[in-house]
Design a binder for this molecule. Structure first.
Ligand code: HEC
Length: 175
């Protein structure tokens, strides 16, 4: 076994190189991302998530909303997301830096929700959208489904917190 050391070194490199390339390099690029101002002295974005929105995310996950809705706006050259009004600018990694659980989604049966909070007219339109013509009406009580349950209230707060309508260092809004 005179080549044992070469063999072991080869196995080590075969594990260490991909680990370095995939894990460490993404940690270096993205791990330190936090809130930042678009220009010096400006307000920090993204905003911190309200507690109710964090609760609402667990409802969003438990009801499987992510199986039909993405939360990522593609740049103009890679799809028609911006033309469709899904967002004011493409999504960037920093947009998700404050989110405990990032729900990008990979199937888009319904509209992208990354910037839904910015385009939702008011709270009652959010509650109307949640119901999907009856599919999720069980979250509401009353003859016209006008009484929102605790889960629906949290879910609406989560949807209203989804906004990518600010400038950040990587993604400036067009003036
Ligand atoms: C089976 C697929 C499916 C699931 C599951 C689903 N949705 Fe939808 N959703 C849609 C479709 C399709 C539309 C567009 C309906 C329309 O425009 O009438 C939509 C529309 C919406 C809208 C309005 C978006 C806009 O831009 O106006 C919101 C908000 C929304 N869904 C939130 C949710 C939430 C929250 C859940 C989980 C409780 C959920 N959806 C689950 C398919 C789905």
């Amino acid at each position: 076994m005179k080549n044992l050391n070469t063999l072991l070194a080869g196995i080590f490199l075969a594990v260490a190189l991909p680990f370095g390339a995939l894990v460490i390099s993404s940690q270096v690029q993205l791990g330190s991302l936090g809130r930042a101002p678009a220009e010096e002295g400006g307000p920090l974005f993204p905003s911190r998530e309200p507690g109710l929105a964090i609760q609402g995310r667990t409802v969003y996950v438990s009801l499987g909303c992510v199986s039909c809705h993405t939360q990522q706006v593609r740049p103009a050259g890679q799809g028609s997301d911006i033309a469709r009004g899904y967002g004011a600018r493409p999504s960037v990694a920093r947009d998700y830096a404050q989110q405990g659980q990032v729900l990008l989604g990979d199937r888009r049966l319904g509209p992208d929700l990354a910037n839904y909070g910015a385009r939702a007219k008011d709270l009652s339109s959010v509650h109307a959208a949640i119901q999907h013509n009856g599919q999720f009406a069980f979250l509401y009580a009353g003859s016209k489904n006008e009484v929102a349950s605790e889960r629906a209230v949290a879910l609406a707060a989560y949807l209203q917190s989804l906004r990518q309508d600010y400038s950040s260092p990587e993604a400036k809004l067009k003036k």
